[in-house]
Design a protein around this ligand. Structure first.
Ligand code: HEC
Length: 112
């Protein structure tokens, strides 16, 4: 029963979300203009979740990319493509739509 209610909860939240945005099932990225660039460049070294869990404006995303290029061996992305990518990130993962999830229930937290 418990498993079932978790599933029902997940389904409910997925379907309510799906009304506003389509999510690529492989990467978890929101499908919108430029998402293929994020799919091509942003999942090679770490999970896409590291991307989708972040929020920020264009300046934030640009500096995150610069930081990875400076310190984490991220390759150069051609400028025109990079602009589309940053526009995508800033539009879909902007701090203004930062929605905090509800707190985890006690049984999901590490023991103290
Ligand atoms: C060449 C490898 C590489 C690629 C490709 C890459 N990253 Fe990263 N990125 C890293 C590393 C390494 C970290 C640090 C991971 C950690 O702290 O565990 C990181 C961290 C991050 C973080 C977290 C930063 C923070 O402050 O915690 C974000 C957001 C991020 N990357 C976004 C992106 C985006 C967007 C792209 C696509 C443009 C991308 N990454 C592509 C290597 C990469």
């Amino acid at each position: 029963m418990k498993k079932f209610s978790v599933l029902a909860y997940l389904l409910a939240s997925v379907t309510t979300h799906a009304q506003s945005q389509e999510i690529d099932p492989t990467s978890g990225l929101i499908i919108a203009e430029g998402w293929e660039l994020a799919s091509a460049h942003c999942g090679a070294c770490h999970s896409y979740k590291l991307v989708t869990a972040q929020r920020g404006d264009a300046r934030f995303w640009r500096s995150t990319i610069r930081w990875m290029q400076r310190t984490q061996n991220l390759w150069m992305i051609p400028e025109a493509q990079e602009q589309v990518l940053i526009d995508y990130l800033a539009a879909q993962y902007n701090e203004t739509d930062w929605g905090r999830r509800p707190g985890l229930s006690q049984n999901l937290l590490p023991a103290r």
